[in-house]
Design a protein around this ligand. Structure first.
Ligand SMILES: [Zn+2]
Length: 262
């Protein structure tokens, strides 16, 4: 087991209708004929994974101009991003420099996860992403098909892509990338086998923890394939059991603090 330390990098917050978090929010019943909706604040965060062989950056957050036209207006109206900064600034606040990063792992390429990739354009920093995510991101961004949550301006750069194929790969000792599709076609969970514990950066397999722990689906607009998502929950639960792992989801309000305490 490798000596791996984790540093959360806060990247601002998304303010979203809780109906996006859970598909059953807002449904009227006989006892609650007029249910209320609230908008909730959910963190966007990246993680610096200090591994003996490399300093790895997990995800790159949102583009700093997300609120100023980089994101389509309708997208930002629904997923309002507050406290936006360039990746370099947020890394600096966490004690790191862009130049410290030896490798990037992208859980997927949605616009709140891939917006800092431009920082690595023209460098030889390897960027790991699942092949199915890569293909779907381009189809989505360049045609009318696919999903509106992919912006070519985020990822269409000269990057040293390392496309992950199949179910899993181990880019560094004790660092496993596991394909858990559902939220998106190529969602990768990062499984870190540390000296004293195992941590799984599950990304948006769950927007928040209850999606995973209570098997409560997110809104349909956040599930590319619901059956694949349920299958991935089973595989994630198996990984958690087998390793006694701590699982962190993509935007859970407690995730950054939990990371800090690991
Ligand atoms: Zn996502």
């Amino acid at each position: 087991m490798a000596d791996i330390s984790l540093t959360p990098v806060p990247r601002g917050q998304l303010v979203v209708d809780e109906g996006y978090l859970f598909e059953d929010v807002g449904l009227a019943t006989a006892s609650t004929p007029e249910p209320s909706h609230e908008r909730v604040r959910c963190p966007v965060y990246n993680v610096v994974v200090e591994h003996p062989d490399a300093t790895i950056l997990w995800d790159t957050g949102s583009h700093p101009d997300a609120a100023d036209g980089h994101w389509p207006a309708a997208m930002h109206d629904a997923f309002t991003h507050e406290d936006l900064h360039p990746l370099s600034e947020d890394l600096d606040a966490a004690g790191y420099d862009i130049a410290d990063v030896d490798a990037v792992v992208q859980s997927h390429l949605h616009l709140d996860h891939a917006g800092g990739l431009a920082s690595f354009a023209g460098t030889d920093v390897p960027v790991y992403v699942h092949r199915e995510e890569f293909a779907f991101a381009y189809v989505s961004a360049k045609t009318d098909a696919g999903d509106a949550a992919y912006l070519a301006a985020d990822f269409d750069h000269e990057l040293d892509w390392r496309l992950v194929t199949g179910e899993r790969t181990t880019p560094f000792p004790d660092v496993e990338l596991v394909h858990l599709p559902g939220h998106s076609p190529g969602l990768l969970a990062t499984v870190l086998h540390r000296a004293d514990d195992t941590v799984i950066l599950a990304g948006d397999v769950g927007f928040v923890d209850e999606n995973v722990t209570e098997r409560r689906p997110m809104d349909g607009s956040l599930l590319w394939n619901k059956q694949a998502w349920f299958d991935s929950l089973d595989r994630l639960a198996d990984l958690r059991r087998r390793h006694g792992a701590t699982v962190l989801t993509g935007h859970d309000p407690d995730a950054p603090d939990r990371l800090e305490s690991l």
